[in-house]
Design a protein around this ligand. Structure first.
Ligand SMILES: [Zn+2]
Length: 453
C-alpha cells in the first residue's frame, strides 16, 4: 500500500504543485485589516480542498480569524489518530520593492516556488493535505485517522487559539500532534525538534528623584538612577555569562550523558553563531556547548534600556528615572512566575541606597519538552530517515511556540515537530521561497509517517 501511495503522489506532482500555487495566490495577511476578506477566502479555499479530497471539513468561527477543521476516520476504531496543525495566514509582504517577483503571484524559478507563505506555512501543511489526498485517491483509505487544525492567526500570535483548543478538546482528541512549521538542517538532513524554550519577562523602573534635576546644583549629592540600574543589572550575571540570581538554575533539568551525545551530533557551533550574528566571539556558560546553551539552558537578557536625555547635543541633568525591559528564556521544569520573583528579588537586593526599584508588565509562558521515546516520535523519525536518507538530528529549539504548550497541557499527547522547509527560505522576509523538492519530500514524509504510525 505504501509504495502505491508514494507512486500516486509522484505521478501527480504537477497537479499538487498547481494547487499550492493557487493557494499561495490568496493574500491571507492576518495582520492587515484590508486583507480580512482574503484571509476568509484562504480558509474557504482550504476547507473546500479538504472536502473535495473526501474529508469532513468546516470553517469554524473564533473571536478573530476562523479555524479550518477537517477530519477523516475509518471504521476501525483501533487506528491511531493524528492531529495535524498548521496556519493558513501569512506575514505582510512589505517591503514590496525588494521582491524579485510579486509576493502573491507565485512563480517557480530555479526549482523554488517564490511567494509569501510558500514555506511559512501553506507549502508545509498542504504537503500533509496532499499525503492524505494520495492515500484516499490511490487506496480509498488511510492507515490512521486524521484531523486537521489549520488556524488563521499564527502570524499575529494566535490570540484565540488556546480558547479554541480548550473549547473543543473532544473534537481535537488524538494520539499525537504533527506540526511542520520549521526547517530541515539541509536538503538531506531532517531535524526533529523535541523541546522549545518558554519565556518570562517584565519591565523594571529605577526611581531616584521627583524630576530631572541640574547636574551642577545636585551632582555629587544625589543618586543617579542610570548608574543604579547599571549596578542592578550587572549584579545579575558573572563575567562568563552565568546568571548569579540565587535559585535561578534550581529547577533546570540536568542533561544526561546520553542527551548530551544526541545534541552533540548537530554540527552547529561557535563559528556558526559568529558568522550568523556578526559577533566577534561566542559568549555563554563555558561548561555547556552552543547547542546545549541554545535549548537546555535558561537565559536572562536585557532587551532595552533607557534613561535621561538621548536627543542631539547635551543636556546637563541627572535623570529622575531609568528603565529596562528584561526577558528570560525558560527551559523545561522552570516556572515563569517563580523565575520572575527570583530575578526581581535579586534586583531589589542589589539596588544601591537612594534608588527605588519597581516592576511592571510581568508575563510568562512555560517551555515544552517531548519524550523522544514516544512511539509516535519514533514513527516520525523513521519516516524522516526513509524520506531524506539520514536519521534526524534531535534539537532543542531556543525560541518559543506557545501553541505547542497549549497542545501539551490541553491534549496531553506527544507532539512531533518535523519541518519541511530550508533554513534559507526567507520566511518573514522578501523573496520567501519553498523548494519544489521540499514540497514533494514533505508529501512523502507525511505519507510515510502515517504508514509508520
Ligand atoms: Zn511565520
Amino acid at each position: 500500500m505504501l509504495n502505491r501511495v508514494l507512486d500516486y503522489a509522484r505521478a501527480h506532482r504537477d497537479e499538487y504543485l498547481k494547487d499550492l500555487l493557487e493557494y499561495l495566490a490568496i493574500p491571507s495577511v492576518s495582520a492587515q485589516p484590508d486583507h480580512a476578506r482574503d484571509v476568509k477566502m484562504a480558509a474557504l479555499w482550504l476547507s473546500e480542498h479538504l472536502r473535495d479530497a473526501g474529508l469532513r471539513a468546516e470553517v469554524m468561527a473564533t473571536a478573530g480569524h476562523p479555524v479550518v477543521y477537517a477530519e477523516w476516520s475509518g471504521h476501525d476504531h483501533h487506528r491511531p489518530t493524528v492531529l495535524i496543525y498548521g496556519h493558513y495566514d501569512v506575514q505582510p509582504a512589505e517591503p514590496f520593492e525588494l521582491w524579485h517577483s510579486e509576493p502573491f503571484r507565485p512563480v517557480v524559478r530555479d526549482g523554488y516556488i517564490y511567494a509569501r507563505g510558500a514555506d511559512d506555512n501553506k507549502g508545509q501543511h498542504l504537503a500533509h493535505v496532499k499525503a492524505v489526498v494520495s492515500y484516499l485517491r490511490a487506496e480509498g483509505t488511510l492507515p490512521v485517522n486524521v484531523k486537521f487544525l489549520i488556524e488563521g492567526e499564527e502570524e499575529i500570535g494566535s490570540p484565540n487559539l488556546s480558547a479554541f483548543i480548550a473549547a473543543h478538546r473532544e473534537l481535537l482528541a488524538c494520539d499525537c500532534v504533527m506540526i511542520s512549521d520549521g526547517a530541515l538542517f539541509s536538503p538531506t538532513q531532517p531535524v526533529l525538534t523535541y523541546g522549545l524554550r518558554g519565556l518570562a519577562g517584565f519591565e523594571v523602573q529605577v526611581h531616584c528623584l521627583d524630576r530631572d534635576v541640574h547636574s551642577g546644583h545636585y551632582g555629587g549629592n544625589v543618586q543617579n538612577p542610570a548608574f543604579a540600574l547599571a549596578q542592578v543589572l550587572s549584579s545579575l550575571k558573572d563575567a562568563q555569562g552565568r546568571v548569579t540570581v540565587p535559585g535561578f538554575y534550581d529547577d533546570v533539568r540536568v542533561l544526561s550523558a546520553e542527551e548530551r551525545a544526541v545534541l552533540a551530533r548537530v554540527p552547529y557551533g561557535e563559528a556558526d553563531v559568529m558568522r550568523e550574528t556578526g559577533a566577534s566571539q561566542a559568549f555563554g556558560e563555558p561548561e555547556f556547548t552552543v547547542n546545549e546553551r541554545k535549548g537546555a539552558r535558561p537565559t536572562l537578557e536585557v532587551n532595552g534600556m533607557w534613561s535621561g536625555y538621548t536627543g542631539p547635543g547635551s543636556k546637563t541633568i541627572i535623570p529622575a528615572t531609568a528603565h529596562a525591559k528584561i526577558t528570560c528564556r525558560l527551559v523545561p521544569n522552570q516556572d515563569a512566575e517563580k523565575v520572575i520573583n527570583l530575578v526581581q528579588d535579586a534586583m531589589r537586593a542589589a539596588a544601591p541606597a537612594g534608588a527605588e526599584v519597581t516592576f511592571s508588565d510581568a508575563r510568562g509562558t512555560p517551555a515544552s519538552l517531548v519524550s523522544l521515546d514516544a512511539p509516535e516520535i519514533q514513527a516520525a523519525a523513521r519516516a524522516a530517515a526513509a524520506t531524506y536518507g539520514n536519521p534526524p538530528f534531535y534539537e532543542l529549539e531556543g525560541g518559543s511556540i506557545p501553541v505547542v504548550h497549549d497542545f501539551q497541557t490541553l491534549l496531553g499527547k506527544p507532539i512531533a515537530l518535523l519541518g519541511f522547509g530550508l533554513p534559507d527560505d526567507n520566511i518573514h522576509s522578501p523573496n520567501e521561497r519553498f523548494a519544489v523538492a521540499c514540497y514533494e519530500k514533505g508529501i512523502e514524509a507525511s505519507i510515510r509517517f502515517m504508514a509508520e504510525l
